[in-house]
Design a protein around this ligand. Structure first.
Ligand SMILES: Nc1ncnc2c1ncn2[C@@H]1O[C@H](COP(=O)(O)OP(=O)(O)O)[C@@H](O)[C@H]1O
Ligand SMILES: [Mg+2]
Length: 257
């Protein structure tokens, strides 16, 4: 299964949840690959990728290393691939590769070597804010991915706890749903992450989250508390809020169903 983390805003916890879910699912024995499709490259940086080129620019430069890291966690495994360069030039590279079949082939091949050789069965895709299935940064990675595997898709939307934030995510989820290039998700979830709630905002956010989940027909609906240990990519800590493990358990169920 491929779980796409998405949302309309930055700073709401998409990358944090990508890392937390990845680690929690690996601890459950899954072989998880985080696909860092963000253009800031935080998830891959936290997990040990130091090269800024990403898979895309590395391949353009004739190299097939430097964009991947992995570690074993118990019986599971957690890997990460930085797909795009951490540079404002990413767009030029994406457009260039999409126009040249032989380069697209080389990118797919480098990706495929990772996807097939390393035995991953669960993919968590971290995204920049506000991307659509028909955006070139999505299409390029999707094309390269589905050349090798048939994973079902699940969407996990992430919002901050503000009323405007939640409403904007619902509209975004509906808009994604109407994109002509959408691969229809078999599951849809919404997580309201309490980055940092104002007084009284938390209870309102819980109610709003339930309404929003109904509107987008989410079969997973959660909230994550504000927690100092999660600040600054606290995924290195061994202790998570219970809500994070519950979320990972629900995602594992998606994967099993
Ligand atoms: N539940 C939380 N409690 C405390 N800090 C959080 C929480 N979720 C995210 N953060 C912090 O908020 C900041 C933004 O999170 P990030 O995952 O980068 O958001 P996004 O990927 O949506 O831009 C980071 O510093 C992160 O550590
Ligand atoms: Mg992010």
């Amino acid at each position: 299964m491929r779980i796409l983390l998405g949302g309309i805003k930055g700073g709401v916890g998409k990358t944090t949840l990508t890392l937390l879910l990845g680690r929690s699912l690996a601890r459950r024995g899954r072989k998880v690959l985080i696909v860092d499709r963000d253009l800031i490259g935080w998830a891959s940086k936290v997990l040990g990728v130091t090269n800024d080129e990403g898979l895309l620019n590395s391949v353009l430069e004739g190299r097939t290393d430097g964009y991947y890291a992995s570690t074993h966690i118990g019986k599971g495994k957690l890997g990460v691939v930085r797909f795009y360069p951490v540079s404002h030039t990413f767009k030029t590279s994406v457009d260039f590769v999409l126009r040249k079949p032989e380069l697209m082939e080389a990118v797919s091949k480098a990706y495929g070597e990772l996807l097939l050789d390393e035995g991953y069965d669960l993919f968590i895709v971290d995204n920049p804010p506000n991307v659509l299935p028909s955006d070139p940064v999505v299409k390029l990675e999707v094309q390269a991915f589905y050349k090798w595997t048939k994973a079902d898709v699940a969407h996990l939307y992430v919002s901050d706890p503000t009323q405007f934030g939640i409403e904007a995510v619902v509209r975004y989820a509906e808009y994604v749903q109407s994109d002509p290039e959408l691969i229809p998700p078999v599951h849809r979830g919404l997580v309201v992450n309490m980055v940092r709630p104002l007084p009284d905002e938390e209870a309102m956010a819980q109610r709003k989250a339930l309404e929003a989940c109904e509107r987008i027909m989410a079969d997973l609906c959660g909230t994550i508390p504000f927690d100092d240990s999660l600040f600054d990519y606290g995924d290195r800590s061994e202790e998570y809020p219970e809500e994070v493990n519950n979320l990972a358990a629900q995602v594992a169920e998606w994967d099993d169903s």
